[in-house]
Design a protein around this ligand. Structure first.
Ligand code: GLY
Length: 333
């Protein structure tokens, strides 16, 4: 088992990556802990060894359940159980579970500690690390939430054994992203090393810009179109699938703006192909609707901000050429 530190002064914490390491979760409970609220979903099927009084709180599956109503229900059932600020919450599941559990923990009794135990590849390489929590609104994804760093993140790759094919693809959508954010070429790496490499990049970026005032936005590479497509398709498109299409689209926008050459676009395709990811949506995209979604994105302050590749690597760029944003959609539909 390897440990990587997220360096955030007094809020620093470890990310553990390995196999058969769930018994480490308990180590991170504060001494004051009397009760452990484990937030999970029925189909996760993973148990955490616990010497403390614990209770399982199951939430529904799917982006629709990633809502403020779910958070309120959780908080109300914690009140019923008598959970206090000196206890702990464990988020056990994919990105949706850890986002919801940590958001509820961050507001319950004005905040209690949380340990994230991701059980999907996507959760291990992205969602469970970095303290972003939140839920969707009908108007968009993750529009309400908090920054609430966990006490620890424990990634046990054994929990991935039963991961459905589509969930693997979702994770690989995020893994592909790290190829453009300074990760080593992970093609040929085993699973643990792949997770470790992604975690290294993510923890580095988060340590530099915890609250996304600048650099952290690069972690959203491919995500602006992805979020719009997920919303447009009422979440029938899985996040990682949408990210793969979004990465190919971002490459096209960068190419049309003269920021990267054809060989770099080809490299994007090579990486996405390597992970078996689709780069096209397979149906027509309505440009007006998609652009209106872009304008709602949290990163859009004075127009449409895109995370784009270029000479200096991937960085946020204000794009004023709406015609290019529309034209680039042609390669991904
Ligand atoms: N998933 C993007 C971030 O953590 O900033």
């Amino acid at each position: 088992m390897k440990e990587i530190k997220v360096d955030l002064s007094d809020r620093s914490y470890p990310v553990l990556v390995g196999s058969d390491c769930l018994d480490h979760v308990e180590k991170y409970y504060p001494d004051s802990t009397k009760r452990v609220a484990i937030v999970t979903q029925k189909e996760i099927g993973v148990e955490i060894p616990s010497g403390k009084d614990y209770k399982i709180f199951e939430i529904e599956t799917g982006e629709k359940a990633k809502s403020i109503e779910t958070v309120i229900e959780l908080c109300r059932s914690w009140v019923d159980w008598g959970l206090t600020r000196s206890d702990i919450v464990v988020g056990l599941g994919g990105g949706m579970v850890t986002d919801v559990a940590a958001f509820a923990a961050s507001i319950y009794h004005r905040g209690l500690e949380v340990v994230n135990v991701p059980t999907t590849l996507l959760g291990m390489v992205d969602a469970a690390i970095g303290g972003k929590t939140g839920v969707n609104l009908p108007e968009g994804k993750n529009l309400i939430g908090t920054f609430w760093q966990p006490k620890a993140v424990v990634c046990d790759v054994d929990t991935l054994q039963t991961l459905p094919e589509r969930e693997w693809k979702c994770g690989y959508g995020e893994v592909a992203k790290y190829h453009f954010l300074g990760a080593d070429d992970m093609r040929g790496f085993g699973l643990i090393d792949t997770v470790l490499e992604c975690v290294k990049v993510k923890t580095r970026v988060v340590a530099e810009d915890e609250r996304e005032t600048g650099k952290r936005a690069i972690l959203n590479y491919g995500h602006t179109l992805a979020h719009a497509l997920e919303l447009e398709n009422e979440f029938t498109l899985a996040h990682g699938e949408a990210v793969a299409v979004g990465i190919r689209y971002a490459a096209e926008v960068a190419f049309l703006l003269g920021r990267i050459r054809e060989d770099r676009v080809a490299y994007h395709e090579e990486i996405l192909n390597h992970y078996g990811l689709q780069m096209k949506l397979g149906k027509r995209i309505n440009p007006e609707r998609i652009i209106s979604f872009f304008l709602r994105d949290k990163k859009s302050k004075n127009g449409i901000t895109f995370v784009l590749d270029g000479d200096k690597g991937v960085e946020p760029v204000l794009v004023q050429e709406q015609n290019i944003l529309e034209k680039a959609l042609e390669v991904v539909q």
